[in-house]
Design a protein around this ligand. Structure first.
Ligand code: PMP
Length: 339
């Protein structure tokens, strides 16, 4: 009898995926829709990026590019690096992570605790050769026995979501999903799930969520890559169309500002008991907006990407928020607003 039939998972790898799909009660009641969040913060490395990291590693092993004792190099806003480092530990590789110094201290500290070799670099645009993604590619090329995970343009990323996240959502909703809503960083989650759901039912509405400071909302709505403003959210938004986003179906797009995202994550904490990160605020606020656009009676699925624990010194710190010109939502106002 195999381990799986006894309810035992096979190590860290076996624990990735098969996350719950959580009904968000207050927001469902508010909109008359069923709003569901895929609980990706429950992956063993704590985020949606465990799936992409695993898919990328498995393809690199299968192709022979990654050999025992080899090194995996990646440029990451944090979560992909965290997933990769767990997996490297579990499978006998070294992890070398390049991360912009603007990312939360919690994520950078965690990478170091996990044993990654971490290089923090100034945050500069993609067109600059010292951009963290481009630098990580050069380091990989110069390091003997290293592979570059290249999550933005390596299609193993979206294949992981096409093969796992998409089918799980289809099965968990019994095929009743009407709309799929997600922000994109690499585009792997959004595109992999959108392509799978459209294959099952072409009328599933795929909605791209975007923060300010990203060019994807304007690209999706007008065809032009342009952006203004900025966002305190981490891991989402982009100035270019990655290979993972290329060709993904987009029926609609929603832009959410930081205050709305903040209000949403505090509402999730106080009304649902869920402690989540900033990209979740963009996703869930965009799911609520999609519910408004579609009208009552629809089933809308989005992603709960990671935990609030990764941003305690930022999103959950009133002084930090105040310095960014944002208002920390008050519990009385939030709970009172929808009950
Ligand atoms: N939210 C967070 C917190 C992330 O770290 C990421 C990954 N960059 C995303 C959302 C977006 O996921 P994807 O790269 O699959 O577009």
């Amino acid at each position: 009898m195999g381990a799986e039939s006894l309810g035992i998972t096979d190590g860290f790898v076996g624990a990735v995926g098969n996350t719950p799909l959580i009904k968000l009660h207050a927001l469902s009641a508010l909109t008359g829709c069923t709003i569901l969040g895929k609980a990706e913060f429950m992956n063993p490395g704590g985020s949606v990026k465990d799936r992409a990291a695993l898919g990328i590693l498995q393809e690199a092993e299968a192709s022979g590019a990654l050999k025992p004792g080899g090194t995996v190099v990646e440029g990451t806003a944090g979560n992909t690096g965290i997933g990769l480092t767990h997996l490297c530990n579990a499978r006998g590789y070294r992890a070398l992570i390049v991360i912009p110094e603007t990312q939360s201290a919690e994520k950078i500290g965690l990478l170091r605790s996990l044993g990654a070799e971490v290089r923090t670099v100034p945050a500069v645009p993609y067109r600059d050769p010292n951009n963290y993604v481009r630098l990580s590619g050069r380091i990989a090329a110069e390091t003997p026995g290293a592979v570059w995970a290249n999550q933005f343009d390596n299609l193993a990323n979206r294949r992981a979501h096409f093969d796992t996240t998409g089918p799980e959502i289809w099965q968990q909703t019994g095929g009743t999903v009407d709309a799929w809503v997600a922000a994109t960083g690499t585009g792997g989650t959004y595109a992999g799930v959108a392509l799978y759901l459209k294959q099952q039912n072409p009328s599933v509405r795929c909605v791209l969520a975007d923060p300010h400071g990203s060019a994807l909302y304007s690209w999706a709505t007008s065809g032009a890559l342009s952006s203004d403003g900025n966002s305190i959210t981490e891991g989402i938004g982009n100035s270019r169309i990655t290979a993972n986003l290329e060709g993904a179906p987009i029926d609609d797009a929603v832009r959410i500002d930081d205050q709305q995202a903040l209000d949403t994550i505090y509402q999730l904490l106080w009304q649902e008991g869920l402690f989540l990160g900033g990209s979740v605020g963009i996703n869930v606020a965009a799911a609520v907006e999609t519910a408004r656009r579609l009208g009552p009676g629809h089933t809308i699925v989005t992603v709960l990407c990671d935990s609030g624990d990764r941003y305690r010194s930022r999103l959950y710190d009133s002084g930090w928020l105040h310095a960014k010109g944002l208002r920390q939502p008050s519990r009385a106002a939030t709970v009172g607003a929808t009950t």
